[in-house]
Design a protein around this ligand. Structure first.
Ligand SMILES: Cc1cc2nc3c(=O)[nH]c(=O)nc-3n(C[C@H](O)[C@H](O)[C@H](O)COP(=O)(O)OP(=O)(O)OC[C@H]3O[C@@H](n4cnc5c(N)ncnc54)[C@H](O)[C@@H]3O)c2cc1C
Length: 326
């Protein structure tokens, strides 16, 4: 989200922009996975809007038919009427990754070069800018570079390239923290008893989020259930064998199954850096003493997709100031 928003904010600036992503397609934690004939969101589940600037973007995406309002709240299984009282939660038509695909399409139309499947291994400073090297030893150079992976991953890239940040920058970056998340995906045949709109959110339970992607409208041909483990239990279960973790998650969701409901396939996704739990005081960082090195992402702009977007837009605006040609 933050990298794509930065690219979009540079449209029309005259700067030549390239987005590199190690994933099979762009989107990062805006992730949707196919299982059998269905699909499931297994990273971000929805987005919320608090900031006016982001609200204007979200409105465009709604008007374009890329987003829909999924709900105004979630039930925790009690009789408390939580559905009517909240603010809107928007999901992407076709799965959250579809929004990333739309944004990358828009950026490409404006001349941005987008390359997936490029896993960077180091970022180094050169006499006239920055050089990124991927795992196949292919290099990419530019006068400026914006790093938007989770901060520990950006720090590894800089350290591999021998970039010595100032003590103050390093200390600030090292204090940006992320909680992990284990996410089970289950292809189910039969009925799963979830309250409207097909979601159960019980913030204190080991599996705090259970959502039916078929009822969400993104998996018409198969019932795929997303089950996310709360951060402290994700830490506790992190190193367990995959089958054991899936069995633990399954034990939490199976009381919702009708008799006869069966699991056809189960998959686990481990998000090491899922949710930023402490963020930097500015929406992005411009490294001291290293001209043209910027860092952004949800570790800066505030947690969630909205924070990532604001961070990317702010970093993009700064790059435009520094390197835009018109
Ligand atoms: C399980 C889960 C549930 C969530 N639920 C919600 C939710 O419901 N609502 C919400 O608003 N937010 C939610 N979030 C948080 C939200 O997904 C993130 O805040 C947001 O996606 C962060 O965007 P970003 O651009 O900062 O980072 P990312 O999405 O992590 O993007 C970083 C990109 O960098 C790429 N990258 C990393 N290292 C390299 C490398 N070496 N070379 C090349 N590319 C690299 C990655 O492939 C990735 O595409 C959730 C996250 C998770 C994991």
């Amino acid at each position: 989200m933050s990298g794509l928003m930065a690219a979009l904010s540079l449209r029309g600036s005259g700067a030549s922009v390239m987005v590199l992503d190690k994933g099979r397609s762009v989107g990062g934690r805006m992730a949707t996975r196919r299982i059998g004939p269905g699909q499931a969101d297994h990273g971000a589940q929805f987005l919320t809007v608090r900031n006016e600037t982001f609200g204007a973007w979200a409105k465009q995406w709604l008007d374009q038919g890329w987003l829909f309002e999924w709900s105004r709240g979630w039930s925790d299984g009690s009789l408390r009427p939580s559905l009517e009282i909240g603010y809107p939660r928007f999901a992407a038509v076709g799965g959250m990754n579809a929004l990333a695909k739309h944004l990358s399409g828009q950026a490409e139309q404006a001349g941005t070069h987008i390359h997936a499947n490029v896993k960077l291994e180091s970022v180094e400073q050169t006499a006239d800018g920055w050089l990124a090297r991927d795992e196949n030893d292919v290099t990419y150079s530019a006068p400026a570079i914006l790093l938007t992976p989770p901060v520990p991953q950006s720090l590894s890239l800089l350290s591999a390239g021998g970039v010595a940040l100032t003590d103050a920058n390093r200390t600030d970056l090292e204090s940006i923290d992320y909680a992990p998340s284990l996410c089970g995906l289950f292809w189910v045949e039969g009925r799963v008893n979830l309250p409207e709109p097909g979601v159960l959110q019980t913030p204190t339970a080991p599996v705090s989020w259970i959502a039916d992607n078929q009822r969400k409208g993104i998996s018409p041909d198969a019932k795929l259930i997303t089950a996310q483990v709360i951060p402290h239990m994700s830490r506790e279960w992190w190193a367990l064998p995959e089958s054991e973790t899936l069995a633990l998650i399954q034990a939490e969701i199976s009381p919702l199954f009708d008799p006869g409901t069966r699991i056809r396939e189960a998959q686990l996704k481990r998000w090491r850096y899922a949710l930023s739990s402490s963020t930097y005081s500015n929406p992005f960082m411009e490294a001291e003493g290293h001209s043209g090195l910027l860092l952004a992402g949800d570790g800066f702009g505030g947690p969630r997709l909205e924070g990532a977007a604001i961070s990317g837009l702010s970093a993009g605006a700064r790059l435009k100031e520094l390197f835009g040609k018109s």
